[in-house]
Design a protein. Structure first.
Length: 107
């Protein structure tokens, strides 16, 4: 009975550990997304200020801004997919003991 209780407690701790890691990864996604959004706003604001100076869309400044915005969006999507896959992989892994299992009393 005690062994079963110990196993249940280990499973509960493992599940809580997973939830803690999931929460941490979601926080990372949120912070990175917020940072990229802020950077996007700064770029757009800078772009607006540069508008009178560089009206042509083919101007090197515009090309650079467009490339930066596109890269940031792609990077954000890639990070979100990667973190989602990490979480999914963690969920799919069966429970395992961190320490070697003790020999069973039955054997």
């Amino acid at each position: 009975m005690t062994e079963k209780t110990n196993q249940e407690e280990e499973i509960r701790r493992y599940q809580q550990s997973f939830l803690d890691r999931e929460k941490a990864l979601q926080m990372v996604i949120h912070r990175m997304s917020a940072s990229l959004n802020l950077l996007t706003c700064v770029l757009k604001e800078t772009t607006t200020e540069m508008l009178p100076i560089t009206k042509e869309k083919s101007h090197p400044y515009w090309v650079l801004v467009e490339a930066c915005l596109s890269d940031m969006e792609e990077t954000t999507e890639t990070m979100e997919r990667a973190l989602t896959l990490i979480l999914r992989k963690e969920q799919d892994q069966p429970f395992h003991h961190d320490r070697p299992s003790r020999p069973s009393m039955n054997s």
